[in-house]
Design a protein around this ligand. Structure first.
Ligand SMILES: [Zn+2]
Length: 454
């Protein structure tokens, strides 16, 4: 999946959802640079009824997976591209019944978002989003970003969402369904952060299972820097995977709330914390290439273990990390974490990237020291608006700033196939020992919205 030539920096999208038919009527206004005369946008099967570039009708050619636009412009121009489209997506939008109610929600990863949104769908093309959703009024709605307005009549609900930190488009998402919403705030560096839960299962035990999420936000802020978005919504969905890191709306599979999981086989909390960690690493700090996926998944996995070192102690976190160590007895993995050649993301996504990735990052922290490791990641995240996350960049940063032989380390564990050792310690980070933990007092979640009409 090559990096698109063009870059859509901002998507202003209005979607009207017919939930019965999982059918969309859409208008997307895209701010595009670098497209030039032969602008190509990833877009699946929806029918484009009208298309304009800078308010002018232009020629275009819609194929099964992309739309090619003759813009009449040079690659230096910033273009405003408007597309009006309609149809039932055959990817990126799921429609189900949950407890007799309609539930509609998106898939984004790796580029399934092209099923409902034309654009440049690659992590090296992060973007901001304004999303207006027109949905049946009986369904609760949640989407990536902060809710900026909501109107509702007997038939329809119109909600507007804004995401003003750029993220990869796979992190754009929304859901409409029979959610019960519980709301609270977490104390973060910028002040009170609205935190909400959007639940399909019995709200009380689900809220209890997720009650440390605000504490996880505060913990990752201390470790990585400010939470990147203006709100946080944790959403239960029925997707077949454990969770998804939609921007500002991480999801957790509803079925996990009934299963007796362990930290390393997924509890609702460990999944929510993993997807929360992605808000910093993966979303705000997006990958340059799909081969850098080991960094995104390895770091989210490692940060989850680190959170458990904070809330449950070193022994629990170490047990968690050791459980990730399912390496072969000869300590030689089948493939490097960072392959030599370009990868197809769906084929590349493997538990090895999570588990071995986390262990390699732990090994790097051991060799660098905690303070240097934390400072390095804080710097990568602080620079996210101008520089993507890449293995090469991490190696350069380690080489220039740390007392570690970066060339040997990366050749051994990242470009090579050597499994890191089983971790024997996970001391609390000394840079954090004096930090004041911002934990909310009293009940974590209050019910502030009544359940939807049944
Ligand atoms: Zn992940």
């Amino acid at each position: 999946m090559p990096v698109p030539t063009a870059h859509v920096h901002h998507y202003d999208v209005t979607l009207t959802l017919d939930a019965e038919r999982a059918h969309l009527t859409g208008h997307a206004r895209l701010a595009v640079t670098g497209g030039g005369d032969g602008l190509s946008l990833g877009f699946a099967n929806l029918r484009v009824d009208s298309l304009r570039v800078n308010n002018q009708r232009v020629a275009y050619d819609q194929r099964s997976d992309a739309i090619r636009i003759t813009t009449g412009r040079s690659t230096r121009d910033t273009l405003m591209v408007d597309l009006w489209y309609v149809g039932a997506p055959h990817m990126g939008l799921n429609q189900e019944t949950y407890a007799g109610e309609r539930l509609v929600y998106t898939d984004g990863w790796p580029d399934e978002v092209r099923g409902w949104l034309p654009g440049t769908h690659h992590p090296a093309r992060p973007a901001t989003l304004d999303l207006t959703l027109v949905t049946p009024s009986d369904l609760e709605v949640i989407a990536s970003g902060v809710a900026v307005s909501q109107t509702r009549d007997a038939e329809e609900r119109q909600t507007r969402w804004r995401l003003d930190a750029p993220v990869p488009t796979y992190a754009f998402g929304f859901a409409a369904g029979p959610f019960t919403t519980l709301s609270d705030t977490a104390q973060v560096a910028a002040g009170p952060l609205p935190v909400s839960l959007h639940l399909l299962t019995d709200p009380e035990p689900a809220a209890e299972a997720l009650h440390r999420v605000p504490e996880a936000v505060a913990f990752f802020e201390e470790l990585l820097g400010p939470y990147p978005f203006a709100s946080l919504a944790v959403v239960q969905l029925t997707h077949p995977y454990a969770g998804m890191e939609f921007a500002a709306m991480p999801t957790v599979q509803a079925g996990l709330f009934d299963a007796p999981g362990t930290l390393w086989t997924h509890t609702p909390e460990s999944v929510a914390v993993h997807e929360l960690a992605h808000q910093w690493v993966g979303n705000a700090l997006s990958m340059a290439d799909w081969r850098d996926l080991w960094l995104v998944e390895g770091m989210a996995t490692y940060l989850t273990a680190w959170f458990y070192a904070h809330v449950a102690g070193e022994a629990v976190a170490l047990e968690h990390l050791r459980a990730l160590h399912d390496g072969p007895s000869d300590h030689q993995a089948a493939a490097p974490l960072y392959p030599e050649n370009p990868v197809v993301p769906a084929a590349h996504l493997d538990r090895e990237l999570y588990n071995r990735g986390a262990l390699v990052l732990h090994q790097l922290r051991e060799e660098m020291g905690t303070a240097a490791f934390v400072a390095l990641w804080q710097q990568l995240i602080e620079d996210a608006r101008t520089t993507l996350l890449s293995t090469e960049r991490l190696e350069e940063a380690v080489a220039s700033g740390a007392d570690v032989d970066a060339g040997t380390f990366f050749a051994t564990y990242v470009y090579g196939r050597t499994y890191p050792a089983v971790p024997d310690r996970l001391a609390p980070p000394e840079v954090l020992e004096t930090a004041a933990w911002h934990t909310a007092d009293g009940p974590r979640y209050r019910r502030t919205m009544s359940p939807p009409a049944r």
